[in-house]
Write a protein that binds this ligand. Structure first.
Ligand SMILES: O=C([C@H](O)CO)[C@H](O)[C@H](O)COP(=O)(O)O
Length: 430
């Protein structure tokens, strides 16, 4: 038996899900899953419509059943599902009821081991209860902190006899690893549903599975602490702010030059207005790729200019952010050095040395620490606190990937309002 590719339609709008389903099924996906968000949003009509459009394909209802297994399996099966998903975290009674209802209504039962503390033990238990399939699954939110399913998949696939599948951020670069780790079926959501070309994405993943090859991708994979910058170099300040629940923005800080982006680790400086000693000394303290963030009280005179910029370039400093003034803009422009400031002016102060390097600073409501991360572009500057950097760098990538998909649907002739069904989801004033 070959390895099945299951497409997880994790949309909230059925029309968008069907668009991708048509494309991906024609390109090599085997099983079609009504994702949990889709079922929660559209109900089992999503399963009925998938069954109607794909009468001969295996339809999976990712119900993530936690209770009332009998009725939930019955209605999913009657809606047209071949496989119904129950959580391994549910009680044995619920899982046994699902299995029995599955027998009665012609549906196979998949037990999803998502967030189960001891997946190997639970896998053996539910196999003994009569489960038909087992899925090793890393939750979307756990993917954002860098977790992957492969070691657990290897252990579980060796512990049971029933087919074991995998879900959790699988993409064209990791699908082969999923097969090598023992997967009998591979569930892919975002790497296809957020792809600009779902058919091409499906073909690549299909090839990765069938030929056991790694097909590199810069999208749909999540970084760990050592590679945060890789994600931040891809996302915009807007993506990062969206990921941070629309926060993180440094107020009143504007790009001095258009078309320049910076992403990097922060080195902070506090100085007295106009006192450019510590800002310039920080250049010598910075690591390559750092962004120097200066709190000069939000007022002039300038604490940064053309000579400081040449010095920063020598030290491979990635950019400068000034809560205060910059000068020599015309001379800095041709250097294409990313600079962001509250003010631009011709007058500087004196290098008196009042201030400190590396200490926490405060700009507006934001406390910024050395070691935090930052993205700046034509929109402004967003700071990412280091303690949440892995998660929110990954969530910013997720924002970028989702917008890539929406853009393609708009380019196909739709509007943003229709693609996102704004009218449907507007906050209803009761
Ligand atoms: O089951 C899923 C998740 O809990 C959201 O419903 C996904 O379908 C599953 O994780 C596959 O999606 P990706 O992780 O994006 O490949």
């Amino acid at each position: 038996m070959g390895i099945f590719l299951q497409l997880a339609l994790d949309f909230v709008d059925l029309s968008r899900a069907l668009l991708v389903a048509e494309s991906a099924m024609a390109a090599g996906a085997d099983w079609l899953e009504a994702g949990t968000p889709l079922i929660k949003s559209e109900g089992l009509n999503a399963v009925r419509e998938l069954r109607r459009r794909f009468p001969h394909h295996c339809i999976v209802a990712d119900m993530k059943i936690m209770d009332a297994g009998r009725i939930e399996v019955e209605c999913a099966a009657k809606a047209g599902a071949n496989l119904v998903d129950v959580l391994g975290a549910a009680s044995d009674a619920t899982i046994a009821e699902c299995i029995q209802a599955g027998k009665n209504y012609g549906a196979k039962i998949v037990v999803d081991l998502i967030s189960v503390p001891d997946p190997v033990t639970r896998a053996r238990q539910v196999e003994a209860l009569g489960a038909d399939y087992l899925t090793v699954h890393v939750a979307i939110d756990d993917q954002m902190v860098g977790r992957d399913p492969f070691e657990t998949l290897r252990q579980v696939s060796q512990a049971v006899q029933i087919p074991v599948g995998v879900a959790g951020g699988i993409n064209s670069a990791t699908a082969a690893q999923a097969v090598a780790s023992g997967a009998s079926y591979i569930i892919v959501g975002g790497a296809i549903t957020k792809a600009k070309n779902p058919d091409q994405a499906t073909r690549e993943i299909r090839r990765a599975i069938d030929e056991q090859v790694v097909i590199p991708t810069t999208l749909f994979h999540r970084v760990g602490a050592a590679h945060i910058i890789e994600a931040l170099k891809q996302v915009s300040a807007a993506n990062l702010s969206d990921a941070l629940h629309r926060s993180g923005v440094l107020p009143d800080i504007r790009p001095v030059f258009a078309g320049l982006k910076v992403a990097g680790r922060v080195l902070t400086v506090r100085t007295y207005p106009g006192d450019w000693a510590k800002p310039v000394e920080a250049i010598d303290r910075a690591e390559p790729g750092d962004v120097i963030v200066i709190d000069a009280g939000g007022v002039g005179p300038a604490v940064w200019g053309e000579l400081a910029t040449h010095s920063a370039i020598q030290r491979h400093v990635a950019g400068v952010v000034i809560h205060g003034g910059l000068r020599d803009a015309g001379d800095i422009a041709p250097l294409r050095f990313p600079a962001f400031s509250r003010l631009v002016m011709p007058n500087a102060g004196e290098p008196k040395g009042f201030g400190e390097i590396g200490i926490p600073i405060r700009i507006g409501q934001m406390t910024i620490e050395t070691g935090d991360w930052l993205v700046g572009d034509d929109d402004g500057v967003v700071v990412l606190p280091q303690k949440i950097a892995v998660e929110y760098a990954n969530r910013a990538m997720d924002v970028l990937e989702r917008e890539n998909r929406i853009r393609e649907e708009i380019k196909s002739g739709k509007t943003l309002a229709t693609v996102t069904e704004l009218l449907r989801w507007e906050k209803k004033v009761s």
